[in-house]
Design a protein around this ligand. Structure first.
Ligand SMILES: Cc1cc2nc3c(=O)[nH]c(=O)nc-3n(C[C@H](O)[C@H](O)[C@H](O)COP(=O)(O)OP(=O)(O)OC[C@H]3O[C@@H](n4cnc5c(N)ncnc54)[C@H](O)[C@@H]3O)c2cc1C
Length: 381
């Protein structure tokens, strides 16, 4: 009997395997991972530095422990380079491996900022344990960091590195941070809080080039400013890893396209996590992965189950200014109704019929998260 093969050993791959093993202890199962296969919590990467955590301390289980826990074979440091969907085989390290069912849990790649300069290649991004280890190594004994991008991950690193005592130069093309998630009033308060703990904000500007200048990097901005820093970290977004599926003739759009059953356009091939576009939704967060993995496990175990997404608010890990946000789904038209007080911002997104479709809560208003979440319609019912 050919194994079920899961490509990817991040949260999506490992959670699918765990959920499958709750339903089916024996079907041969193989996981293949380009990285070292250690299990870790990726959200910790953007708030671990101030806690003094090393990459080793963030790794919760190694491959041997995961193999035993999952009754699975795990091929680490192994990159899948091709899939033959007609033959039900995949290629890695020059070998051909058969699968009965295939799960693509490939994650996403950090988007590279289009930078000029002789040190553009030295700009870091953090999307896995190895990246985090590199960041820690680069920061050792240093004082100043430039962070390009003030989205969710960028702001979390700003908070974490300020809390760790660094001077942080933040470069973002928008007037206020988290501009895709928050109304501007709430973003402005976050920015104020981060500035208070040591961030220097360069709003409405982009990084243009990064050059070496003696022992520092010189970051030039679109407004003409030039910043001297020790480390440059880019956090301008992620793009789903679709190339492997695309080469195999599997339908891709922004992500690997799946239906409600996480089924791709190829028979017996499924996708979930940061690489997937499930019924038009690309949701690179933990909660959608948990829901998708539970549904997919049932399907893999023989009882097809559609994924159901309730409203899934995201807690932004900026302790300097707590935020929880449930952004309105793309395509829903409406407007924010914003109430500001000294204690925080309460922003509610209503459509023309006064139905609630999203919220952003900051400061003390975050205590309303549960009540408001219950009023939101599910993303996929
Ligand atoms: C810094 C940071 C902070 C975050 N904070 C939060 C948060 O607070 N809340 C939240 O909800 N979400 C957060 N997220 C997002 C969340 O962590 C991700 O959505 C989730 O971890 C993605 O899991 P994944 O398994 O889809 O991808 P990944 O964890 O990236 O796993 C992908 C796997 O695929 C493997 N792979 C890729 N290509 C191949 C190939 N060709 N062959 C073999 N293996 C391959 C990789 O080696 C890896 O094992 C954060 C993300 C980051 C980067």
């Amino acid at each position: 009997m050919h194994p079920i093969v899961i490509v990817g050993a991040g949260l999506a791959g490992y959670t699918t395997a765990r959920e499958l093993r709750k339903l089916d202890k024996d079907t041969p199962l193989m996981l293949i991972s380009a990285d070292d296969g250690r299990f870790y919590s990726k959200p910790m990467l953007s708030n671990a530095y101030a806690l003094g955590k090393t990459a080793e301390q963030l790794a919760l289980q190694d491959v041997a422990q995961m193999q035993a826990q999952l009754n699975a074979t795990i091929l680490a440091h192994t990159r899948v380079s091709g899939i033959d969907t007609a033959q039900h085989t995949l290629t890695c390290d020059g070998k051909t491996l058969p699968y009965s069912k295939l799960v693509l849990a490939l994650g996403a790649d950090p988007i590279r900022a289009p930078l000029q300069g002789d040190a553009a290649d030295s700009v870091l991004s953090v999307n896995d344990l190895a990246d985090y280890a590199r960041l820690r190594q680069s920061l050792a004994g240093k004082k100043t960091v430039a962070i390009i991008g003030a989205g969710l991950i960028g702001c979390e690193f700003v908070n974490d590195l300020c809390a760790a005592g660094f001077t942080v130069q933040v470069i973002d093309p928008n007037p206020a941070p988290l501009n895709r998630l928050l109304p501007e009033a709430a973003g402005a308060q976050l920015r104020g809080a981060l500035v208070k703990i040591g961030a220097h904000w360069h709003a409405n500007s982009k990084a243009v080039s990064v050059n070496r200048a003696h022992n520092v990097y010189l970051v030039t901005l679109s407004d003409g400013a030039a910043l001297e820093v020790d480390v440059v970290l880019s956090a301008i977004g992620l793009k789903p890893r679709v190339a492997l599926a695309q080469q195999a003739g599997i339908k891709v759009n922004r992500g690997i396209v799946t239906d409600r059953h996480l089924q791709t356009s190829a028979p017996d091939v499924y996708a979930l996590g940061d690489c997937a576009e499930v019924e038009g939704l690309v949701l690179p967060f933990v909660m959608p992965i948990m829901h998708a993995a539970r549904a997919l496990a049932k399907t893999l175990a023989g009882t097809p189950a559609p994924v159901v997404y309730p409203a899934m608010p995201v807690v932004v890990k900026t302790p300097a200014y707590p935020i929880v946000v449930s952004p309105p789904p793309a395509g829903v038209s409406g407007a924010w109704q914003v109430t500001e007080s000294g204690e925080g911002v309460r922003a509610l997104f209503y459509d023309a019929q006064q139905h609630l479709h999203g919220f952003a809560l900051t400061g003390k208003a975050t205590s309303e998260k549960l009540t408001l979440t219950q009023q939101l319609p599910p993303l996929l019912s």
